[in-house]
Design a protein around this ligand. Structure first.
Ligand code: GDG
Length: 471
């Protein structure tokens, strides 16, 4: 068995502070440890020094590189986060396309390919993560790499007409043919991808999962990502008696807690959620004062302009609702703009009667899964989940809502708070069995089995090719 090489924009190196790594990092580290391997990516630092920072922990070599200010501006803030991210989340209005940023994106992918090349051994398999690195396999193929290379997209693949709005869509799409396995979160994403390929006759579909494009055959399948279900459940059980959970319970003074946890991002539908909560409060006045919403929203990508503006708008919105409806002894919304510990979060999930997970679009949404795993089976809370989150494909026993329907979401909050214990338990058991069946370790091993064994008829097709430059 060859080694595993993982490439992602950021690399979660083992934390000396002892803080818990997220489920994805743990699963990939477990797979890397088992095979031995390399994890390569950006250090998160900006400098003009292109030297690699290599460290070895157990069986895993972490290879990090700094990027220059120009690289970060064009590749990361520019093309990845102001073109690919908004387009994949259906926000054409926010996509800021520029040739300089597009060129920077491809240049940094060439740079990563150059850094990776000397690390690769003949029988290694390579797993590339997310939208920052779509062209990486094509760059490696140009450098003669014939190893199995897989790609996993953590965010949605949009409907073809939305995707085609991106001026370099053809090049992005053709680049994916250099992978052997292209993984998506849901079948909807995979079908959107398939339609994007076939509607412009850029390639063709051989069967459900096998495709041919740019002279190569490859597999495209959905692999819904999971969490560390059992471990999260254990953490939550212990955390329910932790200081933060106790403090929260005391400060609620007998009121019910509803929780929302999201990185600050326009795709997460936080504005619409606060509107829906306000509508619930003003419409369902009989239970209005029995509940408090805790919205935990750590800042992210603050250097991308849309995110800074959103931070101010949300604080104002929460303040307006609190000012309009709150009383001296009741604050409807508690808005926390910083990160909490994983344990603290798990404890809060467990004491919350409901979670509002209402993204406008989301590849999967792990908060939905973490909330379910954290519940007490004797008295589980209710998950209110957007139909547009990838998680809704598996968690159909949640209360599914359309986040654009403010009144409908508001009514679902009331329904959640009034739901009988039997119904809550039935829904929870249904969701929990899905989460136990497909945890993050299962996700990782199913993907790697496809990548390592090669379901596709790929062997005859590992020929080098150069994607056409978009005019
Ligand atoms: C991308 C896709 C896909 C949040 N606040 C705190 C905190 N978090 C943790 C949550 C959860 C994670 O961050 C967020 O995961 P999501 O899945 O919701 O969202 P993205 O960051 O957008 O991730 C997404 C994911 O990739 C995986 O494929 O599901 O669709 O967009 O784990 O718990 N953690 C701590 N404190 C916080 O305040 N400790």
């Amino acid at each position: 068995m060859g080694r595993l090489i993982v490439v992602s924009n950021r690399v979660p190196t083992p934390d000396k502070s002892g803080a818990q790594a997220g489920g994805l990092a743990v699963a990939l580290q477990t797979a890397l440890e088992a095979r031995g391997g390399v994890w390569l990516g950006w250090s998160g630092n900006i400098s003009e020094d292109a030297g690699l920072q290599v460290s070895k922990v157990g069986n895993i070599e972490y290879v990090l590189t700094d990027l220059t200010e120009r690289d970060v501006d064009e590749y990361y803030r520019g093309f990845a986060n102001r073109v690919l991210w908004p387009i994949c989340h259906y926000r054409l209005d926010l996509a800021e396309y520029g040739r300089k940023e597009m060129a920077g994106y491809f240049r940094v992918n060439r740079f990563f390919a150059d850094q990776l090349l000397p690390q690769i051994r003949e029988d290694d398999i390579i797993w590339v993560h997310d939208y920052h690195l779509i062209p990486l396999a094509a760059e490696l193929r140009k450098r003669g790499v014939t190893n199995r290379i897989g790609f996993f997209l953590h965010i949605p693949w949009p409907a073809p007409d939305v995707f085609y709005a991106m001026p370099v869509y053809e090049e992005i799409l053709l680049n994916l043919a250099s992978y052997d396995v292209v993984g998506f979160q849901t079948d909807t994403d995979r079908e959107n991808f398939a339609d994007s390929v076939t509607r412009q006759a850029l390639g063709h579909r051989i069967d459900d999962t096998n495709f041919e494009m740019a002279g190569r055959r490859f597999v495209a399948r959905s692999y819904p990502i999971g969490i560390e279900t059992d471990k999260f459940a254990r953490i939550a059980m212990r955390a329910s008696i932790s200081p933060i959970a106790k403090l929260m319970t005391e400060s609620l003074g007998g009121k019910d807690l509803i929780i929302g946890v999201d990185r600050l991002d326009y795709s997460k539908g936080i504005t619409q959620r606060i509107d829906a909560f306000e509508r619930f409060l003003t419409k369902h006045t009989d239970i209005q004062r029995t509940v408090t919403l805790l919205q935990v929203t750590p800042k992210s990508r603050s250097d991308v302009p849309e995110y800074g503006a959103m931070q101010r708008a949300l604080a104002e919105q929460a303040g307006r609702v609190n000012g309009g409806l709150g009383t001296v002894d009741w604050v409807p919304i508690r808005y926390v703009n910083r990160s909490l510990s994983r344990q603290g979060l798990a404890g809060l999930y467990r004491i919350a009667k409901a979670a509002l997970v209402t993204p406008l679009r989301d590849g999967m949404n792990l908060v939905a899964k973490e909330y379910v795993a954290s519940q007490n089976e004797d008295d589980p809370g209710v998950l209110i989940l957007s139909r547009f989150a990838g998680a809704a494909h598996e968690l159909s026993a949640a209360l599914l809502v359309n986040p654009y329907d403010i009144e409908g979401t508001g009514d679902s909050i009331a329904r959640a708070l009034r739901m009988s214990l039997e119904e809550r338990q039935e829904r929870w058991r249904d969701m929990m069995s899905v989460l136990r069946r497909n945890d993050v370790f299962n996700w990782c091993s199913v993907y790697l089995a496809d990548l390592a064994e090669g379901r596709a008829l790929h062997d005859e097709a590992t020929q080098a090719w150069t994607p056409a430059r978009a005019s």
